[in-house]
Ligand binder design. Structure first.
Ligand SMILES: C[S@@+](CC[C@H](N)C(=O)[O-])C[C@H]1O[C@@H](n2cnc3c(N)ncnc32)[C@H](O)[C@@H]1O
Length: 335
């Protein structure tokens, strides 16, 4: 367990969370201590992430004020790198609740992935000239179903309306920004959908973001504001069931979009999903096109630090890689 915690501390340091790196390094140096007791022998990244997420939720709920003083997400002004003593006390005092959190799958929704999404939608709009019927599988809270209401900054200026969500350094190179982008329908699915307007769901989403990654936290909070005024529906369903019976619709480009979700599908479900897409693609016409737009690892079945923006557009359906970027989406380099 010590080695696993040290490895994850290094991972957090490399990926930009000095705070979690420090907490995990201290936990590794505390054999038989509070973290080890809660983990009960489990030290895989998923379990550690769940413990950190549950503690962060207690912070955001205002239930552990001393520890919250070290969390920038809760307005804390004390050094995040000095959080260990208070963190250890919270682990000991709330051990049972935190242990229960081990059964709770983490749930995230990364707003930075609007960067590949908007660029891909512009490519569809440029090719078809039609409004978009946007269907997102694995949509989580559906924040990116509102991506056309975000502002994306790039070297040459800005794209999109004035918005609380401003994505810095969204694009290197440009997608076809002059294409007319209109979203006619926003519908998503997720086996664990979250209501982006509910305070509890918002805390849940925030709890899995690293507390010292302030840019990610800020764009999540800003996206909650947009979600409160731009409606979008996320139904409870797996991806393959959701797309069962998918058919093109005249007058709109039907776009099925997903990001960082393919790795969560069984091979059976993935096969079903691709079959439904192929069927809808085979029925597509110039007036009723169908697109499959994704932002996933090059080996889509694996989680990966670098992801590619891929598009298939029917009639035709040839796969084109449009760009690539880090898994959080910023910046996407357009090819
Ligand atoms: C890492 S999150 C990504 C969420 C969102 N796509 C994003 O980019 O922010 C993975 C999402 O896939 C969802 N998921 C897991 N299994 C799924 C399935 N069988 N069908 C559809 N979504 C699934 C999870 O509930 C979760 O919301």
């Amino acid at each position: 367990m010590r080695e696993a915690l040290v490895a994850q501390a290094r991972g957090c340091a490399k990926l930009g969370s000095p705070m979690y790196a420090e907490l995990l390094a201290r936990a590794a140096d505390d054999p038989g201590g509070a973290v080890a007791a809660v983990l009960g022998g489990r030290a895989e990244p998923g379990a550690v992430l769940r413990v950190l997420g549950t503690v962060h939720r207690l912070v955001l709920e205002g239930r552990v004020p001393e520890l919250a003083e070290h969390y920038p997400t809760a307005g804390g002004r004390k050094d995040p790198l000095a959080a260990w003593p208070a963190f250890r006390d919270v682990l000991a005092e709330h051990a049972e609740e935190i242990r229960e959190g081990l059964a709770d799958p983490p749930q995230t929704n990364e707003v930075g992935r609007a960067s590949p999404l908007v660029g891909g939608l512009l490519a569809v709009a440029a090719a078809t000239g039609l409004p978009i019927r946007l269907l997102e599988i694995g949509a989580s809270a559906g924040l990116n179903l509102r991506a056309d209401h975000f502002r994306l900054l790039h070297e040459g200026g800005a794209y999109g309306p004035e918005s609380p969500v401003v994505l810095d350094d969204a694009w290197r190179g440009l997608p076809p920004v002059d294409a007319p982008l209109t979203i006619a329908e926003r519908l998503g699915c997720d086996p664990s959908p979250l209501d982006a307007t509910s305070p509890e769901a918002r805390r849940r989403l925030l709890s899995y973001v690293w507390p010292d990654q302030t840019a990610r936290v800020e764009r999540l909070r800003a996206a909650f504001e947009v979600a409160a005024r731009v409606p979008a529906t996320v139904v409870r369903s797996g991806a393959a069931d959701f797309l069962d019976g998918l058919a093109p619709r005249p007058g709109v480009a039907t776009v099925v979009w997903h990001s960082t979700m393919r790795a969560y599908l069984s091979e059976d479900e993935a096969a079903g999903l691709f079959r439904h897409l192929e069927d809808a693609g085979a029925a597509a016409t110039e007036e009723a096109p169908v697109a499959h737009l994704s932002f996933e690892g090059r080996d889509a079945a694996l989680l990966s630090a670098v992801q590619v923006v891929a598009l298939r557009l029917w009639p035709g359906g040839e796969r084109v890689v449009l760009g690539e970027g880090p898994s959080h989406g910023l910046p996407v380099v357009w090819f």
